[in-house]
Ligand binder design. Sequence first.
Ligand SMILES: *Cc1c(COP(=O)(O)O)cnc(C)c1O
Length: 368
Amino acid sequence: MPVLSLDKLVPDYVKRFEPYIPSKPDQELMKLYGCKRLYRLNNNENPLGPPAAALEALGLFQPTGAAVYPSGDSYYLRQKLAALHGLDPDQFLVGNGANEVITFVIKAFCQEGDNIITADKTFAVYEWVAEFSGIEARLVPLKEFTFDDQGMLARAGERTKVFFICNPNNPTGTYWDETRLRRFLDAVAGRQIVVMDEAYCEFVENDDFPDGIKLLEEYPNLIVFRTFSKMYGLAGLRIGYLAGDLKVVDIVRRTCVVYSVNTLAQGAAAAALDDEGHISRTRRLIRAGKIYLRQEFDRLGLESRSGEGCYMMVKLPMSDTLAYRKLMTHGVMVRSMTGFRYPNWIRVSIGSHEAMEAFAGALKKILR
Ligand SMILES: *Cc1c(COP(=O)(O)O)cnc(C)c1O
């Protein structure tokens, strides 16, 4: 048998990188923790599921169609997005989840020696993709739980290519209003690409929240990410997209592998965009869930953060990884936040009232 010389084959930045371990399927977890039911409140999924229009589109899919490749560039979905936002279909690039478009952007703009800038306590995939691609990720600490615009500008250098800003931020729920975003874009002045990850924008009801897509015409270095995984309840189908200036998207398109977005996802996503009622129903549920949880946290004397988005953070008087395991024995799965650099905090997705009661009940038990 030949000797495998992995040591020589693997770049150092890959060796250093610790793989992310996804959670096991429900059935396995229920066996492991001895619970009969499992409320998954770890991934910010929509408790109402997909909109009715998307369900209908999925039902119309002919299984024999599985033999045929999907549209390689999500043709009809991009037509629909373009009509909706008043842009050119070529200003959109659809990916296998917003996660995939993160990799497109880093590949398109960064080479060895370059860096990206984001926050220390935000969605970690920007940092991870940079690092396992051999690109430096400069992490600027949040300020008052919010992306620090001045701090980020101060860290930018000759080799800084992309800023990644999560708006509203996962997990803190804070956001830059339109004035603050414009001030930042004016200061960057086209020297770098600015990505606004708007994965949770559909949950925000405040008037001062900026719609990044509306700013594309004024700021050609802006790229906006959206996903169908959160508000639109299609996380299992893996579909998200970016929008940007025609010239910018033309560059990013070179780094994407065609056919990564399947037929079912494209059809369901296009249909989901028509369902207005779904957004208001979801918002109502999230609002009520936050009010309920805030009361419960206050009653337990726990510090919590409730901003925008379909999640809350709460600080516990014990390690978050221990709390995770204890909550699992009561059939509730949350996100432990050591990985987000918030030790002792957990993030909980807002779910059905039943799920919120189960979570609050379990929390009381583990704190006793
Ligand atoms: C969930 C999430 C994504 C990824 O969404 P997918 O489309 O499911 O890959 C991107 N950004 C943020 C901030 C998220 O929370």
